[in-house]
Write a protein that binds this ligand. Structure first.
Ligand code: FRU
Length: 506
């Protein structure tokens, strides 16, 4: 009997060493906790890092502060998914070292062993907080990492010199690095991921903030290849605070030349989509983008509890020809259909004043609407709605904009730096607007006119508000077609929650 007890105790001790136990049975059920977006079990997260597909898994690494819910000494957290919707948090991948803490960067699969760490090795190229650049590699599907002993591979050449995005350029058979450098992007090349040479830089007048987290990739449109350069910028953005711009042009292996010099396009007009990049080695050649769903203007003050920060829904990017020129369009990943349940659909619904959708109450919703605003001055859809707060998606013909207006907290404490309202320029197509809206516990993502315009917003009103209403002020608007779906939680399975690494959770 005594031995049995001893064995049982030893077994439990062993278990608790290999797999930290989830102590909080409410994990992923806290107020404001995203239910179909990735957020770590606890602590602070910012930029997605090292997005890469390998051997059946999508890897999401991320800027992580394991000891606090505000920004601090950066590590790379790690999660994996097979469908880009359901995630498993793995142990922290990269820890600070003698050179510094680990800032943002990217990962490539070194198929031909150019770096000498082995064929098909995962190689991470990242910044240190000192603004020098480092390399680490993994030969076990990203589970454990070894830092290159020749780090840093590039010294800190400038005060703001960081966030390398690396890819293989087939035409010139070399590695290319796009890296932010103050208010420009610089391009380097390398035969082996370790020795890098400066080639060129790109900048555009009229921006007012530090350029961060670039991404550069080719896209096909009507048989032609165009190159898209994505750059996050902290300051001088449409909504205020931090946001992501993009440029479309050509890249010949040496320098990037935009099609329309001086033109700045915005990936997202909302306040909360920053520092995103696309997956490397995506098996179907798709360009799947994930951003940090937050804004440096108030990121450290959002009212969540044991964790702070989340990712946007992964979005497939494509290039489309619009009357204004080539634009990126964004489509949320198809895996959402795995968690979708129809709640109802309506046709030719005439609205004047406010119409509550009586039988709908939910904070995880997908709303698809095609609507004709008529000659109404303000019309649209309210979500996260009750008598004390709501988040509104508003069409305004006066400014030709779709706006998001969101309640601040309802407990009397305002979120420091919060931006209550912002909008995107839109054009009606045949007098109509199409909207696809993803609503989660503390966010609203709006894709307009087939995703050619996007607005992403955190939403922190009353955490129990789940009403939906349609409105048209001073006239009649027609919802030509509308569907509302519930989206089930990706955390509804206890075994899934228990499989998350919670090493740093108290
Ligand atoms: C962008 C950023 C990056 C940097 C990282 C630090 O949000 O400022 O430029 O590498 O965050 O956490």
């Amino acid at each position: 009997m005594r031995y049995k007890l001893l064995f049982a105790t030893l077994f439990i001790l062993l278990l608790s060493r290999t797999q930290p136990l989830v102590q909080d049975t409410n994990l992923y059920q806290e107020p404001y906790r995203p239910q179909f977006h990735y957020s770590p079990p606890c602590k602070w997260v910012n930029d997605p890092n090292g997005l890469v597909y390998y051997d059946g898994e999508y890897h999401l690494f991320f800027q992580y502060h394991p000891f606090g819910t505000t920004w601090g000494p950066m590590h790379w957290g790690h999660a994996v998914s097979t469908d880009l919707l359901h995630w498993q948090t793995l142990p922290v991948a990269l820890y600070p070292d003698d050179i510094g803490t680990i800032f943002s960067g990217s990962i490539v699969i070194d198929r031909d062993n150019t770096a000498g760490f082995g064929e098909n090795t995962m190689v991470a190229v990242y910044s240190y907080n000192t603004q020098s650049q480092g390399v680490a590699y993994s030969i076990d599907n990203g589970r454990t990492w070894t830092k290159y002993d020749g780090n840093p591979i590039i010294d800190a050449l400038l005060p703001d010199f960081r966030d390398p995005k690396v890819f293989w350029h087939q035409d010139t058979r070399q590695w290319i690095m796009a890296i932010s450098a103050g208010r420009e992007i610089q391009f380097f090349n390398s035969p082996d991921l370790l020795n890098w040479e400066y080639m060129s830089s790109f900048h555009t007048p009229g921006t007012a903030g530090t350029w961060e987290v670039p991404d550069l990739f080719p896209m096909e449109i009507e048989g032609e290849t165009k190159w898209v350069l994505i750059v996050s910028i902290n300051g001088g953005t449409p909504a205020g605070g931090s946001a992501t711009m993009y440029f479309i042009g050509d890249f010949d292996g040496e320098s990037f030349v935009p099609d329309v010099p001086g033109e700045i396009l915005w990936l997202d007009y909302g306040a909360d989509n920053y520092a995103g990049t696309t997956f490397s080695n995506e098996p179907n050649g798709r360009h799947i983008h994930i951003g940090w769903m937050n804004n440096w203007a108030y990121a450290e003050h959002v009212p969540t509890s044991t964790w702070r920060g989340a990712m946007t829904i992964p979005r497939e990017l494509s290039l489309v020809d619009t009357p204004d020129g080539l634009r990126l369009s964004q489509t949320p990943i198809p895996a959402l259909s795995e968690v979708r349940e129809s709640l109802g659909s309506w046709d030719e619904l005439a609205v004047s004043g406010v119409v509550e959708l009586e039988n709908i109450n939910g904070r995880e919703l997908e709303i698809i609407a095609e609507f004709d605003p008529g000659s109404v001055m303000r019309s649209g859809i309210s979500v996260h709605r009750n008598e004390v707060s709501q988040t509104q998606i508003i069409y305004s013909p006066l400014t030709s904009q779709v706006l998001i207006s969101r309640s601040d907290r309802v407990d009397g404490e305002l979120i420091r730096g919060f931006i209550p309202i912002f909008g995107a320029p839109v054009e009606l197509v045949d007098g109509r607007l199409t909207l696809r809206i993803l609503v989660d516990e503390s966010s609203v993502e709006v894709f307009i006119n087939d995703g050619t315009t996007a607005l992403t917003a955190l939403s922190f009103g009353d955490p129990s508000a789940g009403g939906v209403a349609l409105f048209a002020e001073g006239g009649e608007a027609t919802f030509i077609h509308m569907e509302v779906n519930a989206l089930r939680s990706i955390w509804s399975d206890e075994a899934v929650v228990a499989s998350q690494d919670v090493t740093f959770c108290d």
